[in-house]
Design a protein around this ligand. Sequence first.
Ligand SMILES: Nc1ncnc2c1ncn2[C@@H]1O[C@H](COP(=O)(O)OP(=O)(O)OP(=O)(O)O)[C@@H](O)[C@H]1O
Ligand SMILES: [Mg+2]
Length: 248
Amino acid sequence: MEKVLEAKNIYFGYDKNYILEDANLDIYKGDFLGIVGPNGSAKSTLIKIMLGILKPQKGSIKMLDSPIEKFNNWGKLGYISQKVRDFNSSFPATVEEVVGANLYNNMGFFKFLKKEHKSRIKEVLDIVNMSQYQNHLVGNLSGGQQQRVFIARTLISNPEVIFMDEPLVGVDVNSQEQFYGLMEKLNKELGITLVMVSHDIGVITNRANRVACVGNKKIFVHSSKDFNEQEYIKEVYGENSSLLHHRH
Ligand SMILES: Nc1ncnc2c1ncn2[C@@H]1O[C@H](COP(=O)(O)OP(=O)(O)OP(=O)(O)O)[C@@H](O)[C@H]1O
Ligand SMILES: [Mg+2]
């Protein structure tokens, strides 16, 4: 199987204490990989390391066959950070402007969009089912709709891999359902590899094909078919985890 990412022997700390220690992870083309783990276990940190935003003290990351330090094909990667919602609510831009933002590179942000840009924007908005909102202000959309606009924005450059950090926070059950339908379309029809941090272990193990559990400074990878919640609790909280989960 073709690897899109290989993280090997990663050691990382924001200070002298490592929060990842000899952590390893392989991601294969076509995977829908769920990343789970307790708060503060380094899930967001891991995503930033994989994308080269943070540099590990030891270990190596290979992204699409290139060491991450040399990687420059950023259009092949999409990233929706945990903080994306902080940006959009007050930002006075239309859906079209936000989705097209990656096309403005050589034009200056609010300059005029060419016809072929418009048609690409329309295409990606169609994929996420948001084309009727093209001229709406992003700040006026619901959380679930904004989420789809941000997915559309990453689709503009035809990415091979999309990284999402807790995209479903604040999204209701119906919109979650719709979101996972969209993920399935991206994964199965467009062949995009998906990497998604989630706190909803029950749901993500149903939707993803593999699950990476981050905890105890390590990464444990399971096929979602044989994911076992008891084993997960031991892995990420340690052998004595029954203390945390005792019955009353
Ligand atoms: N920029 C930073 N500087 C220093 N420490 C940080 C920084 N970012 C995160 N940390 C710390 O590193 C640890 C891992 O943080 P991280 O955000 O990766 O966790 P997480 O698994 O994504 O948690 P959550 O589920 O709450 O999003 C936490 O203890 C956090 O306080
Ligand atoms: Mg996080």
